[in-house]
Design a protein around this ligand. Structure first.
Ligand SMILES: CC(C)CCOP(=O)(O)OP(=O)(O)O
Ligand SMILES: [Mg+2]
Ligand SMILES: [Mg+2]
Ligand SMILES: [Mg+2]
Length: 161
């Protein structure tokens, strides 16, 4: 992981997965230093030597117990996730103290379907996620994890046309 001073910090790559079931998508509330208490897709860090598809299948299996197939690349976004709002200097000549970003991820978005549509998600990492559920695109839970919120606001739709 990167040093807190920001020296040596490099952007990391994440693969996140729209697991599509009929007209719903799988989301879970994050319990994590990044995006705590916001609803996010299953997924995580691309590990050395992995394909996007291998990472997607591994992370979804690790986090939800679900087996997925037919992964398709959708899009990629660059997410510089700010630390707490820049701290203003408390002295009279208050100036904004620059705070290094808390995180920087290049996020690969893929979609996939369940190998077996009767499979139910389990919360495999209860210290990192508050539980998984299926949501219609028109009725997404709030608040969404920032990178996903930005995509939804842009009018992105992950479902097959
Ligand atoms: C913060 C996010 C965009 C990238 C890292 O995702 P994550 O915290 O789910 O990572 P892991 O599932 O690999 O622990
Ligand atoms: Mg994970
Ligand atoms: Mg991981
Ligand atoms: Mg994860």
């Amino acid at each position: 992981s990167s040093s807190s001073s920001g020296r040596g910090a490099v952007p990391r790559v994440a693969v996140v997965v729209f697991v599509i079931k009929y007209n719903t998508v799988l989301l879970g509330k994050r319990l994590s230093s990044i995006g705590h208490s916001t609803f996010a897709l299953p997924g995580g860090h691309l590990e050395f030597g992995e394909s996007f598809e291998e990472c997607a299948a591994r992370e979804v299996k690790e986090e939800t117990g679900l087996d997925i197939e037919k992964m398709e690349f959708l899009t990629v976004t660059n997410n510089v996730i700010p630390a707490a709002a820049a701290a203003a200097d408390s002295s009279s000549n208050s100036k904004t103290v620059l705070v290094p970003p808390a995180a920087h991820y290049v996020t690969i978005f893929v979609r996939a379907v369940l190998k077996e549509e009767t499979q139910m998600p389990q919360n495999m990492e209860p210290t990192k996620c508050d539980g998984w559920d299926w949501y219609e695109w028109e009725h997404l839970p709030q608040p969404l994890f920032r990178p996903l919120e930005v995509m939804v606001q842009s009018g992105f739709n992950p479902f097959p046309a």
